[in-house]
Design a protein around this ligand. Structure first.
Ligand SMILES: Cc1cc2nc3c(=O)[nH]c(=O)nc-3n(C[C@H](O)[C@H](O)[C@H](O)COP(=O)(O)OP(=O)(O)OC[C@H]3O[C@@H](n4cnc5c(N)ncnc54)[C@H](O)[C@@H]3O)c2cc1C
Length: 304
């Protein structure tokens, strides 16, 4: 069996997978990516390079992914529909595949009004579901969105999407997940899980529709580093759900970072045994240095 990427291989073989996010720098220093990558080497099976997350300008995911690829580490290139139209997106898919990038996470993207260029024009020519379908057709059928044929090699890529079990209305989120799977998503990375009860209920719905058999779900884990971060996640970041019990534990702790670490460990242990969850996606915002010990303390072996 030949696999398009290591991520596809480890998921297909039934291993519990770890992915970790590397946020690119607000500057053109490649060493900022290399240093984080060296710190995280062996901790995860693949590494997400975000695409101007929160609509704040950073080094491109394409460039960051290539830097990682040249270090023999496997990137997941993230692509949002906010900044490029279907011509730009399809062109970048061809370029990325030509240069050896094998995983793409398709996103609609955070709205530009939340970022550092709020007057920017949002493109949103297509959304994440259409992007998935377009890349799938380029790969499997050999056609562009226009219907024109690809005249050279098809992009050999493993496709992913995001899901948010906490977005309102809750009832349509599994439906949206199904649409993403039908459009071509082969793996899913979820919004950070703090409310395990609600996540388990979402997974019940996912399993009842048999979707866990059609896609690999990686549950998001974001350790809370401080009371300020817990408050930001609880009160200001749309689509996150930090339960009062979690918030109070951080707020009342003598060492909030230590408590946040313990909560993340407890969450990972619960996710590990939750039926239908095939891995975790760690997003340690401005705290990537804890990922190696978190992975070790959670009982995972070193990754090759
Ligand atoms: C693992 C993960 C990684 C992420 N990485 C990034 C990143 O690198 N960069 C970034 O910017 N954001 C990123 N995000 C944030 C993400 O884009 C937002 O949370 C988004 O709201 C949900 O994910 P999505 O992009 O797949 O949106 P979707 O599920 O496609 O859509 C989200 C919402 O937007 C609405 N929508 C879709 N299309 C349009 C449109 N044309 N106009 C208006 N509304 C529309 C949908 O109806 C839906 O309600 C990430 C999120 C996750 C969970």
């Amino acid at each position: 069996m030949s696999y398009r990427s290591n991520l596809e291989k480890v998921l297909s073989e039934g291993h519990f997978v770890i992915t970790a996010e590397i946020g690119p720098p607000k500057g053109s220093d490649a060493n900022k990516i290399r240093d984080k990558a060296m710190m995280l080497k062996g901790c995860a099976d693949a590494f997400n390079i975000t695409d101007n997350q929160t609509a704040v300008v950073r080094m491109s995911s394409f460039a960051g992914s290539l830097i990682l690829h040249h270090m023999n580490m496997e990137p997941i290139m993230q692509m949002t529909c906010r900044d490029r139209n279907r011509i730009g997106l399809q062109s970048d898919v061809l370029g990325a595949a030509a240069l050896g990038l094998r995983n793409i996470l398709c996103l609609t993207g955070d709205h530009q009004s939340f970022g550092n260029h709020p007057a920017a024009k949002g493109v949103f020519d297509i959304d994440s579901i259409q992007l998935l379908q377009i890349i799938k057709n380029m790969r499997d059928v050999g056609v562009f969105q226009s219907g024109d044929l690809l005249l050279a090699e098809r992009p050999c890529v493993f496709l992913g999407a995001a899901a948010n079990p906490y977005a309102d209305p809750f009832e349509i989120q599994v439906d949206r997940l199904r649409k993403k799977i039908d459009a071509g998503a082969e793996f899913i990375q979820t919004q950070s899980v703090y409310n395990l009860e609600k996540f388990s209920k979402w997974m019940d719905d996912v399993r009842s529709q048999g979707l866990d058999k059609k896609v690999h779900i990686l549950a998001g884990v974001t350790p809370l580093k401080s009371v300020k971060m817990a408050e930001r996640m609880k009160f200001h970041v749309p689509g996150t759900d930090v339960p009062e019990t979690v918030y109070q534990r951080i707020k009342n702790a003598s060492d909030p970072a230590k408590e946040g670490y313990v909560i993340a460990l407890e969450t990972i242990r619960e996710l590990k045994v939750l039926q239908g969850v095939h891995g975790i996606h760690i997003t340690a915002l401005f705290w990537e240095q804890i990922i190696p010990s978190l992975v070790k303390d959670a009982g995972f072996d070193t990754r090759s």
